[in-house]
Design a protein around this ligand. Sequence first.
Ligand SMILES: *Cc1c(COP(=O)(O)O)cnc(C)c1O
Length: 360
Amino acid sequence: MTSDAQALVQQLIRPEIQALSAYHVPPAAGMIKLDAMENPFHLPEKLRDGVAEIAHGVALNRYPDASAAQLKVALRDAMKIPADSGVMLGNGSDELIQILAMAIARPGATILAIEPGFVMYRMIATFCGLRYVGVPLKEDLSLDVEATLAAIEREKPSLVFVAYPNNPTGNLFGADDIAAIIRATPGIVVVDEAYTPFAAGKSFMPRLAEFPNLVVMRTLSKLGLAALRLGYMAGAQALINELEKLRLPYNINSLTQAIATLVLKSSSALEAQAEIIVGERTRVFHELAGLAGVTVFRSQANFLLLRVPDARASFNALKDRQILVKCLHGAHPLLDNCLRVTIGTPAENDAFLNVLSEIL
Ligand SMILES: *Cc1c(COP(=O)(O)O)cnc(C)c1O
């Protein structure tokens, strides 16, 4: 039987899919979890009571509101989405990346992204049978504007992804440089603003009207609602109308709709937590900068990228002490011996700093 199934796989599954490894999520039970850019804080008690009440009232026997109308109103209001832009919701922004890729997937179509960047851009290009072109950052992890514009001219991508701030480097590229990329691109440019809550309000959302080919993508995951899986993107209404055709019915479940609507009406609670995280980011940055052998990079996100003498050894030693970070060694030549650490609670950050300074 097994060999029959193996033969079937060989025969049917595309070779580029067989060559992939599934997205790996390491077990984290009992660990201080600083690997996935989650907000380390619970919702305030009063909001949690509100969530409990809402969960009690949700009609679990019915399909969700297919258009998520109330949630969209709350999102437009809380996130200052321009009234004349279209909005689309995804089961995480990952799903929106996939929908964008499906929409442009035709023979020879290309996705271009900055590297090192968010890994799902490349993975989803592969899922959809698209060409993928990565443009490397400079050695200091700044945007190579000339190389990027040249690659756009050469490759004529249908879809360009720029994370603003970037993951895993944490830096925020220049707004003028991104505007130049948007103008030069014949296709759609997605400015992925997953980390905007930590970037002092830097956003392309207010500039949507300037660029017909701009899509601004966001998520509630890094802001404190990772469990709900809610991403959204805003862009020209005519474009969003087409993309909506690819959205599977009921992709945003009723609990997510109801809870996110409630929490967004009190979004100042999440913003206050983001402010604490930004303060801690500054503190952890300076502590790391003072450690011999560590290079830490400036970040506008809720994580820091650091280079250590031996990233694998540090990653394992941290893990042995129940602290889970992300080891990026081997992911890209520019990330040699790099670790990425999510900013946690003050106590979690202290634990990380103490263990790291001990093991170095
Ligand atoms: C985390 C992340 C996402 C994915 O967010 P989800 O909404 O949880 O799917 C998208 N883009 C970037 C750059 C990210 O870091």
